[in-house]
Design a binder for this molecule. Structure first.
Ligand code: GAL
Ligand code: ZN
Length: 658
């Protein structure tokens, strides 16, 4: 199987989305000159070029792309070549309106933007396959081609009649019989029993709350339907070029694609990462996305898109202060990225993204953004050979799962203030702030490599995943589990007793009497800390130790934190310091050490291969004491016993070799 290694070949890939079709060809020469100046060795081309290549049905205009790829090859710049199927040309919608998506209300989603295709539409799929076939045949042997990029951020949704039929076929293979479907969806409730398959619809606009099991299946279906579009194009390009790796770029915290399942279908796992420059937790967020992606990739991964400056889709779009782009870029490399690319190379002058930054901003080559880009490019060239292909290891895994995420978003739940992704991020932050390296794992996956496993929240847990958690603890593993976990099975059916019986036994819980969610801003007093968001009226069975109890209020004296051997259960959300303290203490008991002891606040340390990355997320300089003699690969300076990091400063340290 081809991999990122085949494209990177001992370097870090550096570059971005390149949309030269937006510019007169005279500009292209300037582009490649500046790319060379910036150390760009890879650009992603063709992402939104469908209407350029196929201006009318069946036509083919490849001349401009031939010239472009030749130009890139002549300058030694690799092409991540996209199938342009994310944005069908207007003629398709005009000629075949059935290719356009319909909303839950049945309204038509028109062309004039992008991603306006119905994933179930056979007509769309036919045109996409034909174009992919011709593109792959034409460029199979082109020297610029290094990676295939299929579509872009698969994220369309559709509720049309074609989708309804496709959904029914998907349900047919999942359940075989209508009885099984009626049982799984609990259709005895509110007179929802289906008598024929034809009655079943995608969850469209309804009078009141919809069936949550139907919604869960529709999310599973939509992820699968989009994946069919992906694998169809992937199979075409792979047939022409079995040696070229294939990817499609994820939005890592977008719920629509089950990234664990999708990653198995990719040669390279790539993601688009856009932390908010004003978010005080932006550095940790970036670390978490890196950890997720590396875990899905099981090795080196690719930043397909990030922003060199401001984006244009927040309410207020802040630029990155000097140094922040470099900090977050090198952080991604520290956490396993072997490719660092941007959206986009040259900032657009027209269209909806003209205020979105580029590597080469409207300020041009003298602009601060481009100067920083050049610095990053030069530094990646310095460290590339040492870093590329090396591994990052971790003793701790955070469990993350799309089924559980999906089931947690339904209507009619105990508290709509609970956000699955915020819980995942909060728990990951507890470890990140303690300097502990983390990976992500899927429930039911192999946990044997980890000393400690965290479950921030998995509302839905299948039987096999529950058994695996129990076996993990029985085998000596340490498990810390957050509230409202193991509540429903894979059909979204409540497990009696408020939590799966095997899990209750594992944690020493006899009965979960009630969930007591908290109002926004409310806290509940616990021994030594305050809980937020949630609390639980749970009765221990006497086999576990109450590490902290609720104090005062309705739950006075009941356990907030329970421990039975190496299984910990946390029935509220401790404040940040308390959570960090708790996770740090459990980690220490489990023999998990931070990468470096005694780091100043805001400084992150990551080991990748033989290198030690130090990253200062703080806004003032920091001094880090070091356990030995190192040399900073970025400056060539010796770092004996300590190193000084400027604001947003980074050091990449190698051992001094004698
Ligand atoms: C991504 C997308 C890019 C560009 C970028 C702007 O979602 O893939 O094409 O729109 O966002 O931030
Ligand atoms: Zn549709």
């Amino acid at each position: 199987m081809p991999s990122l290694h085949d494209a990177a070949r001992g370097r870090i890939l550096f570059g971005g989305d390149y949309n030269p079709e937006q510019w007169p060809e005279e500009v292209w020469a300037d582009d490649v000159r500046l790319m060379e100046e910036a150390g760009v060795n890879s650009v992603t081309v063709g992402v939104f070029s469908w209407a350029m290549i196929e201006p009318r049905p069946g036509a083919r205009e490849f001349g401009w792309l031939d010239r472009l790829l030749d130009l890139l090859a002549a300058h030694g710049i690799g092409a991540v070549l996209a199938t342009p199927t994310a944005s069908p040309p207007p003629w398709m919608g005009a000629l075949h309106p059935e290719t356009l998506p319909r909303t839950e209300d049945g309204a038509l989603v028109n062309y004039g933007s992008r991603q306006h295709f119905c994933p179930s539409s056979p007509v769309y799929r036919r045109y996409a396959a034909a174009l992919t076939e011709d593109l792959a045949a034409r460029y199979a042997d082109h020297p610029a081609l290094t990676v295939w990029h299929i579509n872009n951020e698969y994220c369309t949704h559709c509720w049309c009649d074609e989708t309804a039929g496709h959904f029914r076929r998907w349900l047919g293979s999942r359940y075989t019989t209508l009885d099984a479907l009626n049982d799984a969806w609990g259709t005895a409730f509110w007179s929802q029993r289906y008598d024929t398959w034809a009655e079943i619809l995608p969850p469209r606009r309804a009078q009141y709350m919809r069936n949550p099991a139907q919604e869960l299946d529709f999310k599973r279906f939509t992820s699968d339907a989009l994946m069919e579009c992906y694998t169809a194009e992937r199979d075409i390009v792979a047939r022409h070029t079995p040696h070229i790796p294939v990817t499609t770029n994820f939005m890592p915290l977008w719920s629509g694609q089950d990234a664990w399942a999708w990653a198995e279908q990719e040669d390279i796992v790539s993601v688009d990462v856009y932390p908010d420059p004003t978010d005080p937790h932006g550095g940790q967020y970036n670390a978490m996305l890196a950890d997720m992606t590396r875990s899905q990739a099981r090795g080196p991964w690719m930043v397909m898109e990030q922003a060199a400056g401001p984006v244009n889709w927040r309410d207020v779009n802040h630029p990155k202060p000097a140094g922040l782009n470099r900090l977050w870029s090198l952080q991604a490399v520290a956490r396993g990225a072997d490719a660092l690319c941007y959206f986009q190379w040259r900032q657009s002058r027209q269209g909806a993204e003209k205020f979105h930054s580029g590597m080469l901003s409207h300020a041009g080559e003298e602009g601060r953004t481009f100067r920083e880009v050049k610095r990053i490019g030069a530094e990646l060239a310095l460290i590339g050979a040492e870093v590329s292909g090396t591994e990052v290891t971790a003793d701790v895994a955070v469990l993350h799962d799309w089924d559980a995420w999906w089931s947690s978003t339904q209507q009619g739940r105990p508290s709509s203030l609970v956000s699955y992704t915020e819980l995942v991020q909060t728990w990951h932050r507890g470890l990140w702030e303690s300097g502990i390296s983390t990976e992500f794992a899927r429930p039911g996956g192999d946990l044997s490599a980890y000393r400690m496993v965290l479950v921030p929240q998995l509302q839905l847990l299948g039987d096999a995943a529950v058994d695996d958690l129990v076996a993990y603890v029985r085998g000596g593993g340490t498990l810390v589990c957050g509230f409202f976990t193991g509540v429903v099975d894979t059909d979204d059916r409540i497990r009696p007793g408020g939590m799966d019986a095997r899990l209750r036994e594992l944690f020493g819980i006899r009965t979960m009497h009630e969930w007591w969610p908290l109002d926004a801003g409310a806290t509940v007093e616990c021994d030594g800390f305050e809980g937020t968001l949630w609390s639980e009226e749970l009765e221990p069975d006497g086999s576990a130790e109450t590490v902290a109890a609720y104090r005062g209020g309705e739950l006075d004296g009941l356990p907030a934190v329970l421990r039975k051997g190496t299984a910990w259960y946390v029935s509220t959300l401790p404040g940040p310091e308390a959570l960090r303290g708790l996770l740090g203490r459990v980690a220490a008991d489990a023999g998990v050490r931070p990468v470096l002891e005694g780091l100043p606040p805001g400084v992150e340390a990551v080991r990748r291969g033989a290198l030690l990355f130090l990253l200062n997320h703080g806004r003032s300089p920091a001094t880090v004491e070091l356990p030995g003699r190192y040399v900073d690969l970025l400056t060539g300076d010796a770092a004996d016993g300590g190193v000084e990091l400027e604001r947003y400063g980074v050091a990449v340290l190698g051992d001094v070799r004698s």
